[in-house]
Write a protein that binds this ligand. Structure first.
Ligand SMILES: NC(=O)c1ccc[n+]([C@@H]2O[C@H](COP(=O)([O-])OP(=O)(O)OC[C@H]3O[C@@H](n4cnc5c(N)ncnc54)[C@H](O)[C@@H]3O)[C@@H](O)[C@H]2O)c1
Length: 388
């Protein structure tokens, strides 16, 4: 297997985790091509240099375009407003692309990137970190096995509190021109929607509600007036899935005390599964049919029997963390490159999730149910599919 030279573009919060994954992946997994941490790119030269040294990159740069010539693959870990330009250039240059969510600022941008990827011969994938969690994949395997029957209902959420304080300052995430029209949905909702789709199938109808609770935020710069917040703090949807299951999904960035709270409650015909991200090394499983005195959810603890855990640890229940999920994601990406296919989910599926998010916002504005949200092509196209 040939070595693959990587440029990591973005050395901020998630960029650093990708950098750690690039160092770890071939030590944890022995069956993938070797990932070479070739270049760390950030517009902030001091940050790029510091992180490149700390994370063991061969070099660093502030120029992502020039970096493309020196690598085989790129990880796009910059804010959403840069995804389109970098992804299109990388695909055009024949580089494999692993892009962070939410891909681009809109369904239109996600669609443009997905279309370019479909025309290319390279591998692509998207940073749906929590889909890599062994216990989420175990839940998906239980559902796919049919042992619990078909999914009936799904209650999912991703709640954090990074903007719960009304005094928290404005950032690029609140600027629609930089982050996109989706706020909590784009930042957090993407993750739980990706899990919902994996367990219950594509979204075929929804009613959405979105709210910007804190309409203005201080910029943090003395003397400047507060800025208007341009996307939602909270969004929710009632959904129907292709499998016939129904559900509710909520995304919030203003949920006091919820630091990293992603989770779901899935009811199936013959039992249920519950997952809480703050206890990501466990799954609660209920099997219908036990005698009344024994009924209740049982806790399944992470073990070598669950996907990828044994590559990290030989003993059960010691637990994986967020950073490990990025190592698992990168391992999947390397295997996908070696096999000449895309990482699942790929950019095409990301585009469908972007359309679901826009449909939630459209539904909220119009007070109307939206049918087949994944089939739309842009905000405008939902006009034809709204059922009053
Ligand atoms: N999958 C996950 O779990 C997860 C978690 C956090 C963030 N993200 C996503 O990752 C992306 C980045 O988020 P973050 O939290 O790391 O942001 P961040 O603000 O912490 O870091 C972004 C970095 O990109 C750099 N940058 C901006 N424009 C650039 C350019 N033109 N060229 C080079 N560097 C540039 C900035 O200097 C900064 O260091 C977003 O799309 C976000 O939604 C995903």
């Amino acid at each position: 297997m040939t070595d693959l030279r990587f440029a990591l573009i973005g050395a901020g919060f998630i960029g650093r985790i990708h950098g750690l994954a690039l160092q770890a992946v071939n030590h944890v997994f022995a069956d993938a091509p070797r990932a070479v941490a070739t270049l760390l790119v950030d517009q902030d030269a001091a940050l790029a240099e510091r992180q490149a040294t700390q994370l063991g990159f061969a070099g660093w740069s502030t120029d992502w375009r020039a970096a493309l010539d020196r690598v085989d693959a790129v990880i796009i870990a910059v804010p959403s407003f840069m995804h389109r330009e970098i992804a299109l250039a990388a695909l055009d240059a024949g580089k494999h692309v692993l892009c962070e969510k939410p891909v681009g600022r809109s369904a239109a941008e996600a669609g443009e990137i997905a279309a370019a990827a479909a025309r290319s011969a390279v591998t692509n994938g998207v940073g749906f970190t929590y889909l890599r969690a062994p216990m989420v994949r175990h839940a998906a395997a239980i559902v796919a096995s049919g042992v619990l029957g078909k999914p009936v209902s799904f209650r999912g959420w991703h709640a954090e509190d990074y903007l719960a304080d009304p005094e928290a300052p404005f950032s690029w995430r609140l600027d629609a021109g930089l982050a996109g029209r989706s706020g909590a949905l784009g930042d957090l909702g993407w993750h739980i929607i990706s899990i919902a789709r994996q367990l219950c199938g594509p979204v075929v109808a929804l009613n959405g509600l979105a709210e910007t609770r804190y309409a203005k935020r201080a910029t943090g710069r003395p003397g400047e007036p507060p800025r208007s917040v341009e996307n939602e703090d909270w969004a929710g949807m009632l959904t129907r899935f292709e499998t016939g299951a129904v559900g509710s999904i909520e995304a919030s960035r203003i949920a006091h005390g919820r630091k990293m709270d992603i989770g779901f409650d899935l009811t199936c015909e013959q039992g249920g599964i519950a997952f809480h991200g703050e206890r990501a090394n466990e799954l609660a499983l209920y099997r219908h049919g036990e005698e009344a005195a024994q009924q209740g959810f049982k806790t399944v603890r992470i073990d070598g029997a669950h996907p990828d855990y044994a590559a990290f640890l030989p003993a059960p229940a010691h637990g994986l963390g967020f950073n490990d999920l990025k190592t698992i994601e990168l391992h999947g990406f390397l295997l996908a490159i070696a096999a000449g296919r895309n990482l699942d989910p790929d950019l095409d599926e990301a585009c469908r999730i972007a359309r679901v998010c826009e449909a939630v916002l459209d539904s909220s504005v119009r007070g109307a149910r939206i049918e087949q949200p994944e089939a739309g092509h842009s905000i405008g196209s939902h006009k034809e599919t709204v059922v009053a």
